[in-house]
Design a protein around this ligand. Sequence first.
Ligand SMILES: Nc1ncnc2c1ncn2[C@@H]1O[C@H](COP(=O)(O)OP(=O)(O)OP(=O)(O)O)[C@@H](O)[C@H]1O
Length: 294
Amino acid sequence: MLELDGISRSFDGRRVLDGISFTVEPGRLTGFVGSNGAGKTTTMRIVLGILAPDAGTVSWKGQPVDREARRGFGYMPEERGLYPKMNPLDQLIFLARLHGVDAGAARRKATDLLEQLGLGDRLTDKLESLSLGNQQRVQVAAALIHEPALLVLDEPFSGLDPITVDTMTTILRTSAATGVPVLFSSHQLDLVERICDDLVIISGGGVVARGTVEALRHERAGARFRLVLGEDAGWLRDVDGIQVLDVDGPKALVELPDVSHDQQLLSVALNHGPVHEFSRVIPALADIYREVSQ
Ligand SMILES: Nc1ncnc2c1ncn2[C@@H]1O[C@H](COP(=O)(O)OP(=O)(O)OP(=O)(O)O)[C@@H](O)[C@H]1O
């Protein structure tokens, strides 16, 4: 497990991270979310040892992370950083060799990995001649070539079409299924909501929400209910003790003083006429994000 505890970092006297703490659990995809400039890349660079924190610790398997542990981490940086004139196969062989893999094994591993990622017919094309999505696959391959114990990816989904998003998701899930903790940043909240197991939201230098997406959504669900009746729902405005937020013909959105009042409201509505829909409104990740990032 990767653990960040009280990480702070300033640039030119301006505090960007102010006591960031969270964990990335084995076998789980952890989405890392925050607005532009919130400090996601800075946090990831600190995990990788590219930047030092001013305060706080990064631990791996319960020990402060050191050079040796970091050699086992896989990182896909935001600025990407492969050689545009080199082909994917040679780049991956080079990276595998840097990790001490012998020449024959490096070639086999690089070929296998690129084939798994659907790039079997592009092995010897220059990187710059590949589409953005295919270049991104090579970037992930570069992070995976040494079979990392931890995977950290800075916006791996940016600029990808829906099919390539699915391929990328499968790649990350396959890694996580082998027990690897996976941390990835993204601005695509619908995608994060769909694929991640755990979520960390940072804002104003700190962690403002963390946990499973389901738990966060349910924790923040208030006593708001949506009704679809058989007739105009305007009469709900005359019911004591409820706040009607919106009425649109037979549809209404109401807020109860407490969630436990739901059955009372349902029976009042049923006494009045047919009820086609009665459901509690559970906020989407985008709503939670807006709420905690203000
Ligand atoms: N080396 C640096 N020198 C000075 N300021 C820096 C440096 N690196 C990051 N910053 C500043 O720290 C803040 C956080 O940047 P960071 O790149 O970590 O944010 P981010 O959450 O990854 O943003 P984005 O979503 O836009 O990629 C920004 O204001 C940035 O300008």
